[in-house]
Design a protein around this ligand. Structure first.
Ligand SMILES: Nc1nc2c(ncn2[C@@H]2O[C@H](COP(=O)(O)OP(=O)(O)OP(=O)(O)O)[C@@H](O)[C@H]2O)c(=O)[nH]1
Ligand SMILES: [Mg+2]
Length: 402
């Protein structure tokens, strides 16, 4: 289930960013040249790094670029910051000045672990006193590196060292995915998963959250009972005392709600999925704001993948319709797709509704909602909004609100 980690490589022009990416990729993915400003737009390379798993390395344009075009490139480089899990910041010649310091400040603000790399150390070695000063000041690892060592064994050792620092940086991250039942289910618990097989179910298989739920229960040595809504009542009658909780597809919630006695916790796949992705307590706080919306209020939809037509339909059609019907108000809708930048004037919005985020990392999700949360704007997500409008929110989130 592990998602790729996004690693951004930053530094001035000619510091060796593209060279570093090529070393990791073991191939020439990025153009390297002695002409400063070779890399212009961010370039992504997906690969597997032993110890981390799938990784997307992002090569960026130099942060010291200038002029009109240069400023645009720097702006593109800075947009990358909201997408990454780790930053590698390269400098050379023991010169770390306002360009790097400005980046480091942004990493700290956005809570992104970073590794400071002194590159081209074969030409000018890293000043030890500077390394100690930087480590103390920024509580970050500082690595003496070179992308062009003649001794390949020595080069391999350096790459291995950098990899281990990257592993350390991601493993301490508070943004790693929670699994669906983390903290909810223990060994030998019985959990009923209600999976309606209707015209919306895909042919011959289960959908991803259902499969992930089964897998997570197996990992926990719990028992997953997978059944259709019509078989639920009978099962509960026969096994009532043993059931820890029931999780259902939201579409079947109302029917399932009637069949599950009040003392058995009931929730939805979309709710446990939202919880596993983080920001959940903000959603629980923000969702009831739906009923406070007034005529002319603006709502921002954050649609983080642009290629799922069913999600597109939920964000662009279903949710606006449901909310306007429920509130009876005329609401203004804005949509930001993919990983496009969040509007700077976030204060204009009364509510922000994020998609399920199945295609993005938890850190990216956190970054997308950070400015709204900071300004105390109500936030929620697709699944929880649907649950709210369907009238199942209270019961489906009860066990998480105590
Ligand atoms: N001696 C030495 N040369 C290096 C090292 N790393 C990169 N270079 C050289 O430095 C030059 C710039 O390297 P690039 O990888 O293109 O640098 P970049 O940071 O991607 O540069 P821009 O894309 O222009 O921002 C090239 O000529 C590289 O061969 C190193 O560790 N040692
Ligand atoms: Mg480059």
């Amino acid at each position: 289930m592990s998602k790729a980690k996004f690693v951004g490589v930053f530094g001035k022009r000619n510091s060796g960013k593209s060279s570093l990416i090529n070393i990791f990729a073991g191939q020439q993915v990025a153009i390297v040249s002695e002409t400063p400003g070779t890399t212009t737009d961010p370039v992504k390379k997906r690969m597997e790094i032993f110890g981390i798993g799938p990784v997307v390395l992002i090569d960026t344009a130099g942060i010291d670029d200038s002029g009109d075009l240069g400023n645009q490139r720097v702006a593109k480089t800075k947009e990358v910051i909201s997408q990454i899990d780790i930053a590698l910041i390269l400098f050379t010649n023991n010169q770390l000045d306002r360009f790097e310091l400005d980046l480091i400040e942004q990493f700290r603000q956005e809570d992104i672990p970073f590794i400071i790399i002194h590159n081209q150390s074969d030409i000018i070695p890293l000043d030890r006193a500077l390394a100690v000063e930087l480590t103390e000041k920024f509580k970050a690892d500082v690595l003496e590196f070179s992308c062009s060592l003649l001794d390949s064994k020595e080069q391999d050792n350096l790459v291995e060292l950098l990899t281990s620092l990257m592993v350390k940086a991601v493993s301490g991250s508070p943004y790693t995915d929670k699994t669906l039942f983390e903290g909810l289910v223990e060994k030998d618990d019985v959990v009923i998963l209600v999976c309606p097989i209707d015209s919306e179910a895909p042919e011959g298989r289960l959908i991803l959250p259902q499969m992930n739920a089964i897998r997570d229960l197996l990992d926990r040595d719990a028992t997953a009972v997978v059944l259709q809504p019509r078989n639920l009542e009978k099962y509960i009658k026969e096994h009532r005392s043993k059931i820890k909780m029931v999780v259902t597809d939201s579409q079947a919630f109302l029917e399932v709600d009637k069949a599950v006695p009040a003392e058995i916790p009931l929730t939805g796949f979309s709710v446990i999925l939202a919880r596993s992705k983080g920001n959940f307590h903000h959603y629980v706080k923000g969702t009831p704001y739906i009923d406070k919306l007034e005529d002319g209020d603006r709502v921002l939809i954050l649609e983080s993948c642009s290629h799922h037509s069913s999600c597109e339909d939920i964000g662009r059609v279903k949710i606006p319709k449901l909310l306007e019907k429920r509130t009876g108000k005329k609401i203004e809708w804005d949509i930001v797709a993919g990983l496009d930048p969040i509007p700077k004037d976030i204060e204009r919005y009364k509510l922000v509704i994020q998609c399920g985020g199945c295609m993005i990392t938890n850190r990216q999700l956190a970054a997308r909602l950070r400015s709204a949360i900071k300004k105390d704007i109500a936030v929620t997500n697709y699944g929880i909004t649907l649950a709210y409008c369907m009238g199942i929110y209270d019961r489906a989130t009860a066990m998480f609100r105590e």
